[in-house]
Design a protein around this ligand. Structure first.
Ligand code: ADP
Ligand code: MG
Length: 316
């Protein structure tokens, strides 16, 4: 049996975990209960082959990544990811692709505890759009505009691995070393920092997820928070995988301008920074202080005052 409804039933209908889902895939629309004292938090992201992932990325990784990059936006708001819809455009009914994609999507959905509650399926050039819905405790959302002069800038974990992964992929090597494979995995299977975000939202002012490059994403915070920033380029740490692969300058360039890491970049008031760092350490989450917010200039500088330019990824 083939056809649109068979495809949906086979690959995109699985039982909802959450009691909040009254009605899921199969009716004209889904019905959801929202928790009291929470705000519905909504975002959508589209993945296009060759733009958002290399064309030969495994269908499993595509499914996993499509959901992760969306969940990352909810984490960047300090929200809890809850539900998602999937708008899928495919050129053919390719069962091998659908099986891999659906398995990756479902594994990611289970790891983040989110339910697939509907979607749309059409024929055409491949695109994958996911709309994510989450809930944020009222007045706790982490807005880009809430940065304050003097705040310490942090990222979760390290940045630069995914950009290195793309460079490694483009070399088309016949064999990859363990650190090279690690970087490629960071590109193909990013982790949305949902757990970290639960700690961060209790301390941070502004927050954004790093999808287009640290400096470029930072510049979005600076613009709407009316601040400048100093970045401690001399003390930024790289992952143990990235460090041996490139020289310091190349690592720094990946870390500051490379996209696709999906780490959180956020600002914490200086008076709260000690308590914040203790809370992160207690939970076993890695983070690093990478600089601070300064007086309004819109500019990003290093400690010596040299301007750092934000040339991350832009579609147009
Ligand atoms: P309608 O014609 O009323 O818009 P559709 O035929 O598009 O309904 O979809 C039928 C049901 O299947 C709906 O509940 C819709 O949300 C769901 N659905 C369609 N495509 C997908 C998909 N790719 N993933 C999950 N659910 C889907
Ligand atoms: Mg429809």
């Amino acid at each position: 049996m083939a056809g649109e409804f068979d495809l949906i039933a086979r690959y995109f209908s699985w039982p909802a975990h959450s009691d909040s889902v009254n009605l899921s895939v199969g009716d004209d629309a889904a019905l959801l209960d929202i928790s009291p004292n929470h705000q519905l938090t909504v975002s959508v992201d589209t993945l296009v082959p060759g733009v958002h992932f290399p064309v030969d990325t495994s269908p499993y990784d595509i499914g996993h990544k499509a959901l992760s990059v969306n969940v990352s936006d909810i984490a960047a708001m300090g929200g809890e990811p809850r539900w998602f819809t999937l708008a899928l455009t495919l050129p053919t009914y390719d069962t091998a692709w659908l099986e891999g994609f659906s398995a990756g999507l479902r594994a990611a959905a289970e790891s983040y505890g989110v339910d697939l509650i509907g979607g749309d399926t059409t024929r055409g050039p491949q695109t994958i759009s996911i709309q994510i819905m989450g809930e944020t405790p009222v007045s706790q959302a982490l807005r880009r505009s809430a940065g304050q002069m003097g705040d310490i800038l942090y990222t979760t974990a390290t940045t630069g691995d995914a950009a290195a992964g793309l460079a490694i992929y483009l070399e088309q090597l016949s064999e990859l070393s363990a650190p090279q494979q690690y970087c490629l995995d960071r590109l193909n299977r990013p982790t949305a920092r949902v757990a970290e975000s639960r700690v961060i939202r209790d301390y941070a002012n502004a927050c954004i997820d790093v999808s287009d490059g640290l400096l470029q994403d930072l510049s979005h915070i600076l613009k709407v928070s009316d601040c400048g920033a100093t970045i401690y380029t001399d003390q930024i740490k790289f992952s143990p995988a990235l460090k041996p692969l490139y020289n310091h300058q190349q690592c720094l360039s990946f870390a500051l301008t490379g996209g696709d890491d999906y780490e959180l970049l956020f600002s914490v008031p200086q008076v709260k920074s000690k308590a914040f760092e203790q809370a992160m350490q207690q939970s076993g989450y890695t983070y690093q202080a990478i600089g601070k917010l300064t007086a309004n200039s819109g500019l990003i500088r290093d400690r010596q005052g040299n301007p750092l330019t934000a040339t991350g990824f832009q579609h147009f």
